[in-house]
Design a protein around this ligand. Structure first.
Ligand SMILES: Nc1ncnc2c1ncn2[C@@H]1O[C@H](COP(=O)(O)OP(=O)(O)OP(=O)(O)O)[C@@H](O)[C@H]1O
Ligand SMILES: [Mg+2]
Length: 258
């Protein structure tokens, strides 16, 4: 068995990519899956979310992608049993320019993941809010894209651009790329717009949208400041329950995945 590689992506900022990466990965690890999270965003939010202080990140994705270190040096343990992370720092923002000199510029990340693909059940790549070379690397390496959509008015507008990008990658760099699913995030049941958007997205995308909706929950947003996934911070809060349910849906997909 080799890992299923999932790029968590949406070029729109602040839609819940990192929150979904950290907490879905944690919920899968809690279900005894071996999980690697790759923080492919120079903001380093996923690294922070797992409690890796900047001082703990001497060996990061930037050094790994530029060939300065081996993957063993880049993989860090986390508080979560069975879950490892390759952290990032602001240095990673330079990689897009440096990569443009390499012939294998779109496949750097894929080559890295290939080295450890048998060690994990899931590899999650937390993408930055752009469609630059880091996201292209993630989509070239991935089996599937998982797209968080925030329940707000412009959610669908950005989606068509993202679908075009995924289609372009499928037509060139990675013909096997599929859509793992779309997850609605930051749902607020007191806000009618949240419902309208959720219904609209389901009408457009049907089966591709997970049944689980992630509610807006202050515990979810507090957890990173304690360097913990929300499941470790408050297991019983609505956000934790939602991510556990989402992991259940992803596990159900295992049987169906090609
Ligand atoms: N379910 C939720 N309930 C409450 N707050 C949330 C929830 N999901 C995300 N947030 C908050 O919303 C903000 C954006 O979330 P997050 O960082 O996950 O988005 P992102 O798409 O990774 O952002 P970026 O594009 O900058 O990488 C964060 O402050 C996060 O704590
Ligand atoms: Mg993020």
């Amino acid at each position: 068995m080799t890992a299923r590689i999932i790029a968590v992506t949406n070029q729109k900022g602040g839609v819940g990519k990192t929150t979904t990466t950290v907490n879905l990965a944690t919920a899968l690890a809690a279900s005894k899956r071996r999980v690697l999270v790759i923080d492919a965003d120079p903001q380093g939010n996923a690294s922070t979310g797992f409690g890796l202080d900047p001082d703990d990140r001497q060996h990061d994705l930037y050094q790994l992608m530029s060939g300065a270190i081996t993957i063993d040096a880049a993989i860090h343990p986390t508080l979560v049993k069975g879950l490892m992370v390759i952290p990032s720092t602001g240095d990673l923002s330079a990689i897009e320019i440096e990569l443009s000199d390499y012939e294998d510029r779109e496949y750097r990340l894929k080559a890295i993941i290939d080295e450890v693909i048998e060690d994990y059940d899931y590899v999650f790549i937390d993408c930055p809010p752009s469609l630059g070379l880091l996201t292209v690397n993630a989509l070239s390496a991935a089996d599937a894209a998982l797209v968080p959509l925030q329940c707000e008015y412009y959610a669908l507008e950005g989606l068509s651009q993202l679908m075009k990008t995924i289609e372009a990658v499928r037509n060139g760099l990675n013909p096997d790329l599929v859509l793992q699913g779309v997850v609605l995030t930051m749902y607020d049941r007191r806000n009618r717009l949240s419902d309208l958007v959720a219904n609209d997205v389901r009408q457009h995308l049907g089966q591709l949208v997970y049944t689980t909706i992630i509610p807006r929950n202050v515990r979810v947003s507090e957890a990173p400041s304690y360097g913990k996934p929300v499941l470790l911070y408050d297991l019983d809060c609505p956000g934790s329950k939602a991510y556990i349910a989402l992991a259940g849906e992803v596990i159900k997909q295992e049987g169906q995945a090609a």
